[in-house]
Design a binder for this molecule. Structure first.
Ligand code: UDP
Length: 454
């Protein structure tokens, strides 16, 4: 039996959401393969705890909850996050002190999700090295830096001026003011406050970003200069680790059998990630648009993802009738496997960062339907920078859905996007192979963790 106590321990602190947990676990697995012991410190959330504890070889500790439930319900997302960080400092310190008391627990580093910046206080108190982990793109991190320096009132006035909206952010081509991701975190003022906290590196020695130079070289160079700490861009992490990531929802594998029966490169896969919601009317328009496109499709409709609807089963019945035998609906799919399936030709995505990385790595072009600020920025990169997809804006309406699907799946335009995404896939694969930029960054991180002594 291996002696885990002899290995140096890394404490990982994820955010309890699928898009954050998955890359954090992948990072843990990659570090474990280099001889580190991994402890996951997580907040007391039942759903996440039970699914996470299946990761073999990881240890788990719980950070006692100190933010009262009733209080969290009253707050907007940015305020909630700041409050959570304020109230979790003491309980996380207690957690680390318990870990240090256990014999042989030599903590090499605390690596925490950038939104869990309360970890920094414990790292400082116990004189432990710490590293920030960003599960979103480098460009989002750049935007957080820019937002942290803005004045809310002036920004809101500027956004009413069309010239200002279109103005490029200095030294940050192709970003314009209006690209700054300001929706999805509630009112602007708390969001800007939150950005100040998130970009403050405090005593952290480095930041790890799940991206690669071939995708975001200028944002990465900008960050390296701006932050003054090491930036490890070592993504996409799911190529570095062999982990079958913990899924917070039960995967329905019947969709793979359905895909096996479809013609090669004929199917459009539709998924809006783990958090986005749609209105009933939009779902019905979407169903009609997909059906009218005459393309076979696989559609993930997550439980609870339909807003303002009180009888999900009957709506699903109605949708099933519209989509008939051309479409297949599941509640949650094994996404990476689906994107890599020979029958899949296109991906209708909400443009979460993980979904984009997964799509590029499987060489699948995208239709982008982003919901909030970060996703809108990701979609802009997909459409205008890498040119591997198209955006569908405005109201969801059956005609625009049908046109978008046909453009991607049948037109020459779609074929050109496919060529480009295959090219990008090759570059991304090269970056994680021996000698590639992400491979080297991971190597450097491991060296740092091995040599850095308390
Ligand atoms: N995912 C999945 N099955 C689904 C839908 C999504 O496994 O049916 C996974 C997907 O592979 C990705 C994650 O959920 O790794 C979603 O993360 P992303 O950053 O794309 O979006 P978020 O959920 O954070 O908005």
């Amino acid at each position: 039996m291996e002696n885990r106590a002899e290995k140096r321990r890394i404490v990982l602190v994820p955010v309890a959401a699928q898009g954050h947990v998955t890359p954090m676990m992948q990072l843990g697995k990659a570090l474990q393969s280099k001889g580190f012991s991994i402890t996951i410190a997580q907040r007391q959330l039942k759903q996440i705890s039970s699914s996470l504890q299946h990761v073999p070889g990881f240890d788990f500790v719980t950070i006692p909850e100190s933010l009262p439930q009733f209080e969290s319900k009253k707050l907007g997302p940015a305020e909630f996050l700041m409050n959570l960080n304020r109230t979790s400092e003491a309980s996380f310190k207690e957690c680390i002190s318990q870990l240090l008391l256990q014999q042989g627990n030599d903590i090499a580093c605390i690596i925490y999700d950038k939104l869990m910046y309360f970890c920094e206080a414990a790292a400082k108190d116990f004189n432990l090295p710490s590293i920030i982990f960003s599960t979103s793109s480098a460009t989002i991190q750049v935007c957080y830096s820019v937002l942290s320096k803005l004045n809310a009132e002036k920004f809101l006035t500027d956004m009413k001026d069309p010239e200002m909206k279109d103005k490029m952010l200095e030294g940050l081509h192709p970003l314009r003011y209006s690209d700054l991701p300001t929706s999805g975190f509630g009112p602007l003022e708390p969001l800007l406050e939150m950005c100040k906290e998130v970009v403050n590196t405090r005593t952290a020695s480095a930041i790890i970003i799940n991206t690669a130079y071939c995708l975001e070289s200028s944002s990465l160079s900008w960050l390296q200069q701006e932050l003054g700490i090491t930036v490890y861009s070592l993504g996409p992490l799911h190529t570095t680790s062999s982990l079958l990531e913990p899924s917070l929802l039960q995967e329905d594998r019947s969709c793979v059998e359905w895909l096996n029966k479809q013609k090669p490169r004929s199917v459009i896969y539709i998924s809006l990630g783990s958090k986005a919601h749609m209105e009933t009317k939009e779902m019905l328009e979407m169903a009609w648009g997909l059906a009218n496109s005459n393309q076979p499709f696989l559609w993930v409709i997550r439980p609870g993802s339909i807003l303002s609807f009180d009888g999900t089963e009957s709506l699903l019945d109605e949708i099933s009738k519209i989509v008939s035998e051309r479409g297949y609906i599941v509640k949650w799919a094994p996404q990476i496997e689906v994107l890599g399936h020979p029958a899949v030709r296109g991906f209708w995505s909400h443009c979460g960062w993980n979904s984009i990385l997964e799509s590029i790595l499987e060489g699948v072009p995208m239709i982008c339907r982003p919901f909030q600020g970060e996703q809108k920025l990701n979609a802009m990169y997909v459409e205008s920078v890498w040119r591997i997809g198209i955006q569908v804006g405005g109201e969801v309406e059956r005609g625009s859905v049908e046109r978008a699907v046909k453009r991607l799946m049948m037109d020459e335009e779609g074929a050109a996007m496919r060529e480009r995404v295959l090219d990008l896939k090759e570059k991304l694969n090269a970056s994680v192979r021996s000698g590639g930029s992400s491979y080297n960054a991971f190597d450097e991180l491991v060296k740092y963790l091995n040599t850095n002594q308390r």
